[in-house]
Design a binder for this molecule. Sequence first.
Ligand SMILES: [Zn+2]
Ligand SMILES: [Zn+2]
Length: 707
Amino acid sequence: MNDKSKAEAERRAKLLKMRAERLPDIKKQFEENQKRNFNANFAPGGKDEKLVAKKKAAAKKAKAPAKKAAASKTAAAKGSDVKLLVNTRKGEMVHHQRMLSADVNAQATQHIIGIPVNKSRYNGFKGAQLTVNQIRAARPDKDAVRIIPIGGLGEFGIGKNMTAIEYQGEMILIDMGTLFANADYPGVNYMVPDSKWLDDNRDKVKAILFTHAHLDHIGACRHLLPFYGPNVPVYGTAFTIGMIKKQMSELADVPDMNYQIINPLEHKEIKLSQHLSAEFVHMLHSIPGNTSIVVRTPNGPILLSGDWRFETNPMDTPADYDRLREIADKEGFALMLNESTNIDVPGTHPHSEYDVGDNIGKVMDNYATGRIIISCFSSQVKRIECVLREAAERGRKVAFAGFSMINNVEVALRAKSIKVPKDVIMKMEDIVKLPDEKITIVCTGSQGEMNAVLNRMVTGAHRHIKVKATDTIVFCSSPIPGNEPKIMGTVDGLLREGAQVIQHNKTHLTNIGPLHLSGHAYYEDHVKFVTDLHPKNYMPYHGEFYMLEHNAEMAENVVGIPRDRILVADDGDIVELLPNQTIRKNGRIPVGNKLYDDADQQVNEAVVKDRIHISREGIFVVILTISKKTGRLIKTPDIVSRAFIYLDNSEELIGKIRHYLRAKTDHTIASDADVKALKDEIKEDVTHILYDATGHTPIVIPVINKV
Ligand SMILES: [Zn+2]
Ligand SMILES: [Zn+2]
């Protein structure tokens, strides 16, 4: 056994021992929690019992005005009550509508709004839910440093990362990311942090800092950054600033910003305001120019880890752990915010980016006679460098396909983040003229995105390339959770064309792999990192709620940070770092989301809810033309059904509705109020008839034209 593996074995043994020692404690805590959650809440006078009583009282209250409304209804349209020929009670329909609306709301508001439920034992209140009264009573400590996560904590999916740090009216912002919406949000492409609170506090902002150039950290720049203008410096590494500038250059009005490029290896302390300064520390991730940020405050240094991974044999400059350890030992981190993405993945990174490169070379050797199409994330510049090197060694040429791919390589070249061998890169339109065995294409689409290059190559929608049986397609990526079905669809399409598909994590099929290296640290990497940096206080960030919780458990149970020095916070929580270097939650800021479609246009939440409703139940429009004098129908009502029933097959039901409408419009309508009342009644009755016939309650829209 050499020294290295001996040290490794010792470290693991220590880790296991630490865990074993704490096990009885952990068990006890777990049991306590169980008791608290299940008994205390439901006990007489408990939280949940009170809640039930409150709901009952509210329901009673709501009943009274309903009667009033019924009375006014008969007054508005006297005598026009028409008997509906239905078998279901109205209550059944109302129940269906209520359930539907609850489903729609739940689907359309998975992001954090209001006060989220957080009864974690690390929630800062010993597991008790934060209340409105507590928030109202919160008074800021004027000597506290306030750390406010604006996005990125406990959302569905990972993204929208943004943190504010404030001290006595001076504020800095770190990262401005987007969150990609999932299929639950029809027509929404991404979300950005709602900027209402930011708007109100804009004058306080002294500097904006970026850890790295992934979209979950810089994607919202186009929407948020222009407000700050040239008086607020924007700090980042050359590649990060290059990517931000590229994004801003796509705006119709390119804002005049004050960009400051940082070389983190210089260990320079940047003064941001009277009391706050920052230092960027070089860290490794799946993108060039990645950093952690140390913010020095009057109450001690705060480390924001950003995204990071451990690598023993990196292609990039090795991570500057020494500097972080130096700061930890000399100054001591008062608070560490640590990312949580891969906290659920055991162990540590088993291979390096060089291994991925070697395996890409192996693909080129084993499938030497055909075209090789390599699909990866466009920000994985080092992986692209591998492809270029392996191709150059074999006399292959490389072309890039996809807007973001070409963009990123350009920015990387300018920031000197990529080494490119001579005469390897060619334009797409030129490379396709070469013989197949010379062609290598690097493209986007590894996540099965329908509109990305790879899928276009499958369907034949791509301008230059159609996949054929002699092609080999390499997926240098892991599926982002949730994307698996889409990726399978793409792989199916490729295999149907007879092509060879080589995916990461399927080494047993082709004997080639690994073809990917995750950008985020694994569990044991976190244990080592946090143990080495021994922060006084700890706050997981950059993760879904379960990741934050597991990260906190790791810090307490394995690293040994006391529970009252760990916080599982949500977007909007105000975390105070006090002069005595303790932390607490003290109030909340309002947080929310702005939703955007793929044309960067804002989508209102109400529109999303309508879309979900329509996708489930459809839409049904009745158009009535009635006489001003008699109130009678002048012609047969027009009926439009979309995403609901097919009219040609539903004559009986349509007949029933026309019959109802004729009977309903038998009386004079004098005022606008009468028209409104009539509309409301038609809406309700038609919904009831449709529900009776189909079990669904589409959105019913009555239109009344008076002539
Ligand atoms: Zn990242
Ligand atoms: Zn990230």
